[in-house]
Write a new protein. Structure first.
Length: 261
């Protein structure tokens, strides 16, 4: 039997680096605002979830390239499950007192959620590539390199359409892609893996749209129409992002779907 404290086996704290983890929440307000710790923990948690979402999307792209639809769907299901958590997580921020948030908010300048590298990676790999956003990170060598790689790599949508092409579906134009999705939606039992896959992709799209919407409402509830700490319009800027879609053909296909006779 191992004597306690000597040559001890791997512990929970060691494996998860708990001592290091709980030291990463460094507040800036003096005296420390009560709500600042919550603000930091929520956003650090977001970054961990974004890391896992990117891990699952990268795996999905690999599975799609290999034609392994079951594995791709498995990873995509993990993505949308995590996204349900991050949508609900936003509302924890609403437990902060508005005046408490203002006690430390100005200390964050010019940092901004706009600068979340991993969220921008998530957008790029999902198909929403924006050169303006990429250039915004040019001053940050680490982030700019990662985002440039994401910008130049195939997206989740590319992998999806390429797989359908290899399965002899017509994906040569946007209109052809829409009709292909209509065909899959019309015959779900014949194309069960692809039916599930397109449903998970549109749910991913919907989940991020919901995250944006709930984020806007949270910001308005906490700050009204104040400008963002990074100089953006704040809630006004966030509202402009609400119509972004990663897979517009999947949404349009629903318009053209007709009931089977």
């Amino acid at each position: 039997m191992t004597e306690y404290g000597k040559n001890a086996p791997l512990s929970y704290n060691q494996y998860l680096k708990v001592p290091e983890l709980i030291k990463l929440q460094e507040t800036l307000s003096e005296p420390t605002s009560h709500d600042e710790l919550l603000f930091i923990i929520i956003h650090q948690t977001y970054e961990l979830w974004f890391k896992q979402i990117l891990h699952e999307i990268d795996a999905s792209i690999k599975w799609l390239e290999e034609g392994r639809t079951f594995r791709a769907n498995h990873s995509l299901r993990a993505v949308v499950s995590i996204e349900k958590v991050i949508v609900s997580q936003i509302h924890i921020l609403e437990t902060m007192a508005q005046i408490g948030f203002l006690e430390f908010r100005d200390k964050l300048n010019p940092a901004s959620g706009f600068q979340s590298m991993q969220f921008r990676e998530l957008e790029f790999v999902s198909g929403a590539k924006d050169e303006h956003i990429l250039k915004h990170f040019s001053h940050d060598e680490f982030a700019f390199q990662r985002l440039t790689e994401r910008f130049n790599e195939p997206t989740l949508g590319d992998a999806f359409w390429n797989l359908l092409k290899r399965k002899d579906f017509d994906v040569s134009t946007n209109e052809a892609r829409v009709q292909t999705i209509v065909e899959i939606l019309t015959q779900p039992e014949k194309y069960s893996d692809f039916f599930i896959m397109q449903d998970l992709l549109i749910e991913h799209d919907e989940s991020i749209a919901l995250w944006r919407y709930h984020h806007v409402l949270m910001v308005e509830r906490m700050l009204g129409m104040k400008r963002g700490t990074g100089g953006s319009e704040g809630a006004g800027y966030l509202r402009k992002t609400l119509d972004k879609k990663f897979f517009p053909e999947l949404w349009e296909a629903r318009t053209h779907l007709k009931a089977n006779n």
